[in-house]
Design a protein around this ligand. Structure first.
Ligand SMILES: [Zn+2]
Ligand SMILES: [Zn+2]
Length: 158
């Protein structure tokens, strides 16, 4: 795993990207890093990391078992960071808009604008606003990173 490309789609090796965050060796300095590492935590089924990087005030709402089930039943395929809004970092607030692609009884997409907050020097995921799924035109490169056109890849109508 360590030398393999990170599943967050950064094209960096896991050990030079999300790996040190997931192991607790390093703390994310930017909301986007936390966002990527949380996606990698979903890929590597690291439930503890997902719970611990959730803001303490909203952690309670998270049922550990429900999260485990989601993690077990979902295969996360690709992450596309659309926009990181770092304009309020000094106030301890950051936003990252992303689309995450998964398979769970068929392909699905989670398009969300997430809010992150910094507390005692550490970034936490606070909550996300669900957005309409992204639409791809037929000749665009496919979101999965295959370098194929969408119509020849995941957008192929069977
Ligand atoms: Zn990564
Ligand atoms: Zn594809």
């Amino acid at each position: 795993m360590k030398n393999q490309p990170c599943c967050c789609g950064s094209h960096k090796p896991f050990k030079a990207c999300c790996g040190p965050f997931l192991s607790g060796e390093l703390k994310p300095e930017l909301p986007e890093q936390l966002m990527r590492s949380r996606f990698s935590a979903f890929c590597t089924k690291n439930v503890e990391y997902l719970l611990n990087s959730h803001h303490p005030q909203s952690q309670g709402q998270h049922d550990r078992q429900a999260l485990k089930n989601t993690v077990q039943n979902t295969e996360w395929v690709a992450l596309k960071i659309i926009k990181a809004d770092n304009s309020q970092l000094d106030n301890g607030i950051g936003y990252v808009e992303f689309a995450a692609f998964y398979n769970s009884n068929g392909p699905g997409q989670l398009h969300e604008n997430s809010r992150f907050i910094k507390e005692d020097g550490e970034w936490y995921y606070a909550e996300g606003i669900l957005l309409e799924p992204l639409k791809f035109t037929r000749n665009e490169p496919c979101w999965c990173g295959s370098n194929k056109k969408y119509k020849k890849c995941h957008g192929r109508s069977s």
